[in-house]
Design a protein around this ligand. Structure first.
Ligand code: UTP
Length: 301
């Protein structure tokens, strides 16, 4: 039996140019989504999936991420003394035993694959999860997809288990799109990937299955990253490394998210606004106020 997976890498070193000027001096991963910064949702999901060692890949102008995950025992003690249970609950991700945080800086953002390669020593001979710091999962239990993916990955002896979601064909050009072996998968039924095309030109996408920001990898991903050539911009892309993995004959699978498990990202303003609105509407404390406001506002539009 394989040992459980306990390590996760959260790449958060990208420039966030599509969100300028909001990201001029702060990381996009720290933009608020309702009451919490985006990356806090990612970390809470990883903790709920029992990933106890979390490596955040940060970089220039990303220091607030490290500050956010700093336990600050004095502040917690003061909140405990004041009996401020509500705030303490929202800071539970800092609790002792919830997880340990590690940091590596990607001095220049040379691509997502390059960022993940910096986690090689942290991961060692283990399997690991990669969760993009700007992408959130909304579901009754946001950690359910990762838990199931890790189980399937270990059961199948996979080199990679990659979350995918169905996107409208006219949107496929925005995403990494997978080609698969056989029929369209059902949620929870892994299917072998034969190729990935990054942002296919309109009308050329092989499927409507888009990579959805959550991955489980065996250590073979680092060998594949080592063999991956930089693209035209000089960046090492994760999708290219996954294609290398496939060409190496390693078993790489797609894991289709269930229709009620949705991936959101804060990478551009349109998706950031949608993410903020949907998470604010679903907020257990303030959601009813947001719903009331939006209903009133809808009359004016
Ligand atoms: P994106 O490609 O959406 O991020 O990466 P970006 O480069 O910040 O975006 P733009 O194009 O400049 O607006 C998805 C995730 O991968 C991380 C990002 O921080 C984000 O969480 N990433 C990307 C890195 O850690 N390093 C990189 O070199 C690129």
């Amino acid at each position: 039996m394989s040992l459980p997976i306990t390590k996760a890498i959260v790449p958060a070193a990208g420039l966030g140019t599509r969100l300028m000027p909001a990201t001029k001096s702060q990381p996009k991963e720290m933009l608020p989504v309702g009451r919490k910064p985006a990356v806090q949702f990612v970390v809470e999901e990883l903790q709920a999936a029992q990933l106890r060692q979390i490596l955040l890949i940060t970089g220039r102008r990303k220091r607030t991420i490290e500050d956010h995950f700093d336990p600050e025992p004095e502040m917690i003690a003061a909140l405990e003394q004041a009996g401020n249970e509500i705030v303490l609950e929202d800071l539970a991700f800092l609790a002792k035993g919830a997880s340990r945080f590690f940091y590596t800086r990607q001095s220049s953002p040379k691509g997502l694959g390059h960022a993940i390669a910096l986690g090689k020593e942290f991961v060692g001979d283990d399997h690991c999860v990669v969760a993009l710091g700007d992408s959130l999962i909304a579901a009754a239990d946001p950690a359910a997809p990762l838990r199931a993916m890790m189980q399937a990955h270990l059961d199948l002896g996979a080199a990679a288990m990659i979350a995918v979601e169905q996107v409208p064909p006219e949107e496929a050009f925005r995403y990494g799109i997978v080609s698969i072996d056989g029929f369209e998968p059902s949620p929870g039924q892994p299917v072998a990937i034969t190729d990935i095309v990054e942002k296919p030109p309109p009308g050329t996408a092989p499927t409507n299955l888009a990579i959805a920001a959550r991955y489980v990898f065996s250590p073979a991903i680092f060998a594949a990253l080592d063999r991956t050539a930089p693209d035209r911009k000089g960046e090492i892309q994760l999708t290219d490394a996954i294609n290398v993995l496939v060409r190496m004959g390693e078993p790489v699978y797609a894991w289709l998210l269930h229709p009620d498990e949705r991936r959101y990202d804060v990478g551009n303003f349109e998706s950031y606004f949608r993410t903020f609105i949907d998470f604010a509407l679903a907020d257990e404390r303030y959601g009813y106020l947001v719903r009331k406001y939006i209903r009133e506002k809808a009359y004016e539009l």
